[in-house]
Design a protein around this ligand. Structure first.
Ligand SMILES: *Cc1c(COP(=O)(O)O)cnc(C)c1O
Length: 391
């Protein structure tokens, strides 16, 4: 059987939306693994390793990973159906589109949701979080680490600290779909209870995996429920024994795992946790790439959606178009230059801005030249768009 060392994916347009992102050749090749039984002796340790390496990405020694077929959204369902019981109070810190959706998911399962909504491009202040936590006993507090609709990065460490200080029984739940592996997350040190993510963003794997890590404290909260989880497929009652079995090296079955995708995830996690550059070096490369893209935007006179550089994400950028220029003026021009960026998503201003992802191999494998290509194409496309409006 070929090792895949010579495998190279076909030439294609550069995908720099905030996920799915570009996938390395070895990751894509791993996805082409011959069919395997999900309970075979060869496959069991592959998922077992993925569980262990997921811990390494989040810097946790005791967190319990769940790796389940689904997209990032399934992480919300897992939280809503395993950690909250109908009628319990939940606080959602909302910094954009994904806060709205997480709140809606929680309500679907019967949670009573209060929200603190930041202004567009802003973050929720620690003082507001503190006073909300003092006013009511919340089962969980959720926030979006990077809201992909605004490019706003919330201060996960400070939020977790505030929750622990003001309401120590409340669980801190992080939507890290657009931050895991591109932003710093110290799960144990910061005292986070849940990080949920997906395969296709910073983790550089094709879409299709819901990845979630729960603290032992969160597992206790789940175990002490008075009512059973109110989901079937997302129930930890089903999945926890499966994850534990695979990690121990024994077969178990609840629902068939996406075997090939788990081979791909294994290859991606191996790069991130055991490869060169190291995880901390990777995060530094993301910060540097981000500064480069943001500086280029500034030079073009583009205003960023985040109101302050201090809370702008490192794995993506969101820029307003120049006055008089719109998405249809810019995005097709970028497409013609073989660069695919994302349109706006925030409902308040969808047409007014665009989003560029700078995550994974596009950042870490500097030989690819992706970031330089993005910057050069962005410059040409914006300048051409402005020119076209003058004529
Ligand atoms: C992409 C994203 C999601 C949803 O993930 P899917 O894989 O599309 O279900 C949730 N939250 C954030 C912050 C995201 O960026």
């Amino acid at each position: 059987m070929s090792s895949g060392a010579n495998f190279k994916q076909e030439p294609h347009r550069l995908l720099v939306i905030p996920g799915p992102i570009e996938v390395a050749d070895d990751v894509l090749y791993a996805n082409a693994h011959p069919s395997m039984s999900h309970v075979s002796a060869e496959f069991i340790p592959v998922l077992g390793d993925c569980i262990r390496m997921t811990r390494d990405v989040l810097l946790t020694s005791t967190g319990q990973p769940f790796i389940i077929s689904g997209s990032g959204t399934l992480g919300w369902d897992q939280v809503a159906s395993n950690l909250v019981e109908p009628g319990e109070d939940v606080l959602v810190l909302n910094t954009g589109y994904f806060g709205d959706s997480f709140a809606e998911c929680l309500q679907t399962y019967g949670a009573k949701v209060d929200q603190i909504t930041a202004e567009v491009g802003g973050v929720v202040s620690q003082a507001d979080i503190e006073s909300a936590l003092k006013s009511k006993k919340y089962k969980i507090v959720t926030f979006t680490h990077v809201d992909t609709s605004t490019g706003v990065l919330s201060d996960a460490k400070a939020i977790a600290e505030t929750v622990k200080k003001v309401s120590p029984d409340t669980l801190t739940v992080v939507d890290g779909v657009c931050s895991v592996a591109s932003e710093e997350i110290r799960f144990d040190d910061w005292g986070i209870d849940v990080v949920l993510t997906a395969s296709q963003k910073g983790l550089g794997t094709p879409p299709g995996l819901s990845i979630l890590v729960a603290s032992q404290k969160a597992i206790k909260v789940y175990e002490n429920r008075k009512t059973p989880p109110n989901s079937y497929y997302a129930s930890w009652k089903k999945w926890l024994p499966i994850m534990q079995a695979y990690e121990k090296g024994s077969p178990a079955y609840f629902a068939t795992p996406p075997v090939n995708l788990i081979y791909a995830f294994h290859a991606a996690l191996t790069r991130i946790t055991k490869g060169s550059p190291s995880l901390s070096e990777r995060l530094k490369l993301h910060r540097e790439a981000s500064q480069k893209v943001k500086a280029a935007g500034k030079e073009l006179g583009l205003k960023q959606v985040p109101l302050d550089e201090k809370f702008a994400a490192n794995g993506m950028s969101a820029f307003y178009f120049p006055e008089g220029v719109t998405g249809p003026d810019v995005l097709p021009r970028l497409f013609k230059k073989d660069v695919i960026v994302a349109a706006g998503l925030h409902k308040a201003m969808k047409e007014k801005y665009f989003r560029v992802g700078h995550m994974g191999i596009s950042v870490v494998d500097e030989q690819r030249g992706d970031i330089d290509k993005v910057i050069a194409s962005m410059k040409e496309a914006i300048e051409e768009a402005i020119q076209s409006k003058k004529l």
